[in-house]
Design a protein around this ligand. Structure first.
Ligand SMILES: Nc1ncnc2c1ncn2[C@@H]1O[C@H](COP(=O)(O)OP(=O)(O)O)[C@@H](O)[C@H]1O
Ligand SMILES: [Mg+2]
Length: 125
């Protein structure tokens, strides 16, 4: 994650604020899901957001792992994008979170930036 964030910062010039706190490992399935969601969220930031700042928080403990990727870019109408019914990053992030027993949230609006959140309780599996 740190490497990808460093590349994003170098290639786009946007400021990266990261807070990665992950002292307790969890299952391979959960970690794979979280990593892929993170990766997909960064692809969307690069492709669509035109952000000047990206904030990423990863917080894990014995009870849950939480990931948040927030950009201050263009934002978009989430319902409209989901209504297109095309299986793209938004849909796959949601599915990956659900398959790993987590919840996925996306908050965005035109002009308001975008925040992707995943909340994965560890008691589920
Ligand atoms: N971080 C973001 N900032 C601005 N727009 C976004 C962001 N993430 C997604 N979008 C919008 O939502 C749409 C759907 O995203 P996605 O499902 O990942 O498909 P794709 O990236 O292939 O277009 C994008 O086309 C874009 O309009
Ligand atoms: Mg995408």
């Amino acid at each position: 994650m740190q490497e990808e964030l460093r590349d994003l910062g170098q290639e786009t010039g946007c400021r990266i604020a990261e807070s990665l706190f992950y002292p307790v490992r969890t299952s391979r399935d959960r970690e794979t899901a979280l990593y892929r969601i993170f990766h997909e969220a960064l692809i969307n930031v690069r492709r669509h957001a035109q952000a000047t700042e990206v904030r990423v928080a990863l917080q894990g403990d014995h009870a849950a792992v939480r990931l948040e990727v927030a950009d201050n870019g263009t934002g978009f109408d989430v319902l409209q994008a989901l209504g297109r019914k095309r299986v793209g990053g938004l849909m796959t992030m949601q599915r990956r979170a659900a398959l790993a027993g987590g919840c996925y949230f996306i908050e965005s609006a035109p002009g308001q930036g975008t925040t992707v959140k995943v909340d994965m309780p560890l008691a589920v599996h």
